[in-house]
Design a protein around this ligand. Structure first.
Ligand code: AP5
Ligand code: ZN
Length: 216
């Protein structure tokens, strides 16, 4: 299956993508994680992206689209993938359609994860991420690690993302409304969108997502 996961910052895209990718045996491709890996490795792409991410703005399409396409190409595209955080504006959605057409592939579904703004602000304020593996995500209150500051899964150090300050989160939300939300209508016109509530326990949200995909 080829799936796009869309939703505001802090909606739980990364959390759900990890479960869904495992349940569906498809790779999880997160452009945010790819940028963070480049930043921690100190690559030129990472240095370029950091400036935009710290400001809560989108990294320019010239950088993002090539990186996402390289990553899709690395995976066995015929087996599918779950895209998390890409596409994030109409230009990226058109570029993805171009990529899929060129490879004679099609998207199966776009899952739109809906979470009210007060809740995403709480989720982001408490989020803690593992330095060793950014797919290991915790929450100080909702999904606390067994030991303070230590990842349950690998023992890595937990940290708070630099772009998770309240001012940057507000900016990211504004960018989501102005630049990313329009892709929902773009995909509605292709009959691909299912909106599900992202509220409740993470496992319940996964159940909703699996039924939306016809896999329950
Ligand atoms: P990215 O890393 O994609 O961040 P985001 O979209 O802002 O989303 P988040 O990672 O903040 O949240 P999430 O929805 O994954 O939530 P999570 O599962 O962690 O992008 C970061 C930046 O990179 C962008 O601002 C931009 O600069 C750049 N970028 C990335 N892609 C780009 C692109 N395509 N083009 C241009 N620029 C791009 O959950 C949040 C918290 O809530 C966690 O603590 C979690 O434990 C908790 N939680 C999750 N589910 C639940 C639940 N059901 N109940 C209670 N708590 C929960
Ligand atoms: Zn870890």
């Amino acid at each position: 299956m080829r799936i796009v996961l869309v939703g505001p910052p802090g909606a739980g895209k990364g959390t759900q993508a990890a479960y869904l990718a495992e349940n569906l045996s498809i790779p999880h491709i997160s452009t945010g994680d790819l940028f963070r890996a480049n930043i921690s490795q100190g690559t030129p792409l990472g240095r370029q992206a950091k400036e935009f991410m710290d400001a809560g703005r989108l990294v320019p399409d010239e950088v993002t689209i090539g990186m996402a396409e390289d990553r899709m190409q690395q995976e066995d595209a015929s087996g599918g993938f779950l895209l998390d955080g890409f596409p994030r504006n109409i230009g990226q959605a058109e570029a993805l359609d171009g990529y899929l057409d060129a490879h004679e592939l099609k998207l199966d579904a776009v899952l739109d994860l809906e979470v009210p703004e007060e809740e995403v602000v709480k989720r982001i304020a408490g989020r803690r991420i593992c330095r060793t593996d950014s797919s290991h995500v915790f929450h100080a209150e909702y999904a606390p690690p067994k030991a303070d500051g230590v990842c349950d899964k690998c023992g890595g150090e937990l940290y708070q993302r630099e772009d998770d300050s309240e001012a940057t989160v507000r900016k990211r939300l504004a960018v989501y409304h102005s630049e990313t939300e329009p892709i929902i209508d773009y995909y509605k016109a292709q009959g691909l969108v299912t909106t599900i509530s992202g509220l409740g326990a993470a496992a319940e949200v996964t159940q909703r997502a699996m039924s939306a995909l016809g896999r329950d």
